[in-house]
Structures are given as structure tokens and as C-alpha cells.
Design a protein around this ligand. Structure first.
Ligand SMILES: [Ca+2]
Ligand SMILES: [Ca+2]
Length: 235
């Protein structure tokens, strides 16, 4: 996807999760892209060094992010067989990684030069608490899978839906509901009082059905035409 300004890396050593050697905890996120051997690089480990594995972030329940880009920096070593070759980048709401996770990006046959950053972007409309990169193959080494650094980014943009509702009586509290027009799932909601113009800022991008309800009566308002598809717009 395109984004005019990706903002800052959202990752942190304090959020780290995954299979890694205890000497290298958090080293995928520590901003150290130089030191390959003394905890500046992530080594996949599960009881012993492994040539496949995963590392990720638990951002916390109050800090979910809508990631649409990540970057991978190869280890600062002359040996290129350590590098990841095939992987998926996944988001999850539970962190159980038992099948509920969503694959957001898939890469195969990737190769790097020494200490090289590579950027990967994709479309994602959901904010997740958990993200990970799950590597299924390295570039041929029989012992190690090493990644020097990973970063993740949100596109700091907002979308909005706006609509006019005619008020027949005194202003009352009302709620706007946005539904995904493809699968009918509720994607956003907001409560507002007063009459006239309603404005809902949302992270949902795309087409939607919108319903506006009077909270006291449950009455819907036909000036937002029920069954009509609307589009959210970039602010
Ligand atoms: Ca970082
Ligand atoms: Ca690092």
C-alpha cells in the first residue's frame, strides 16, 4: 500500500515475544544493527539453536496497532546463509498462534547483502495486539537463523465517515454504526449528541453500510439511506 509518511517504528524490546536465545532477548528490536555477536542480533533458539523460528511483539491490550509495513535488517556478518529466506508476517488478537492468526504478508526466496534493510508493505484494516515474523527457511546454514533487526510501522492516517441527519425534536444522543459492506461485520461505532452533521473518525478504509440510531428509541434515520453503500474517506 502507499503511504506518504510512515511515522516512527512502533517496536520495542519491552514487547518482545518469540523463540530466541536468552542471551539475545529483545535483540531484534534494540536498534543495534552493528553488533552481530554480542546480543545485537536475534538468534533463533528453542532448547538449542534452530534454523527456523519466530519472533514478534506483544504491544499490550491498550496499545493495538494497525501495522502495514515492516523492515528486516540482515545480520552484520559476511555469512549470508544465516539470513531468513521464507517467512510469513502475521497478526493476532490472542497471541496463541494456534490458527486464529492472520497472515498479512508472505515472502519466499529472499536474500540479503550484509547489514541490508529490506522493506515490506501490505494492506491491513485491523489493529492487532500481537505481530510476528515466522521464518520457515533460512538461506542454507545448518545451525543458525539470525536477524539483526526488525521494525514495524503504521500509516498514521485517519479515515472518516460523515453524514447529515435531520433532527425533528430536541437533540438526543445518537450512535453511528459502520458495517463492512462485504461481510456485514461491525467495524466501528461512535456516539454523538446534537443534530445535523455527524462525523466518525475511524481506521476502517473501504466501503461500508452506515446506520444511525436514536439511542432512546432505537429509531433509525432514513436520511442515511439504509442499505446504501458509503465510502470512508481519507482525512
Ligand atoms: Ca527499533
Ligand atoms: Ca538488533
Amino acid at each position: 500500500m502507499g503511504c506518504s509518511d510512515w511515522g516512527s517504528d512502533i517496536t520495542s524490546t519491552t514487547y518482545t515475544i518469540g523463540d530466541e536465545h536468552s542471551s539475545y532477548l529483545g535483540s531484534a528490536w534494540d536498534d543495534d544493527i552493528t553488533d552481530a555477536n554480542n546480543s545485537g542480533a536475534w538468534y533463533s533458539y528453542s532448547g538449542g539453536y534452530t534454523t527456523t523460528g519466530w519472533v514478534g511483539q506483544d504491544l499490550g491490550s491498550a496499545n493495538k496497532k494497525r501495522v502495514e509495513k515492516y523492515r528486516v535488517c540482515s545480520v552484520n556478518s559476511a555469512t549470508r546463509t544465516y539470513d531468513p529466506k521464507d517467512w510469513t508476517f502475521e497478526g493476532s488478537s490472542t497471541g496463541s498462534w494456534s490458527g486464529e492468526e492472520v497472515t498479512l504478508d508472505t515472502q519466499t526466496n529472499q536474500s540479503f547483502t550484509q547489514q541490508e534493510w529490506k522493506d515490506y508493505t501490505f494492506d491491513n484494516i485491523t489493529s492487532y495486539r500481537y505481530y510476528r515474523i515466522d521464518v520457515s527457511a533460512n538461506n542454507g546454514d545448518g545451525t543458525y537463523l539470525i536477524i539483526q533487526e526488525i521494525e514495524m510501522f503504521e500509516c498514521p492516517r485517519a479515515y472518516y465517515f460523515s453524514g447529515y441527519v435531520y433532527e425533528q425534536g430536541l437533540p438526543v444522543a445518537r450512535t453511528l454504526y459502520l458495517y463492512n459492506s462485504s461481510d456485514g461485520s461491525l467495524v466501528d461505532t461512535t456516539t454523538s449528541s446534537g443534530n445535523g452533521y455527524y462525523y466518525l473518525e475511524t481506521t476502517y478504509s473501504g466501503s461500508c453500510y452506515v446506520v444511525c440510531l436514536d439511542d432512546s428509541t432505537g429509531e433509525d434515520y432514513k436520511d442515511l439511506i439504509i442499505g446504501t453503500t458509503y465510502l470512508t474517506e481519507v482525512v
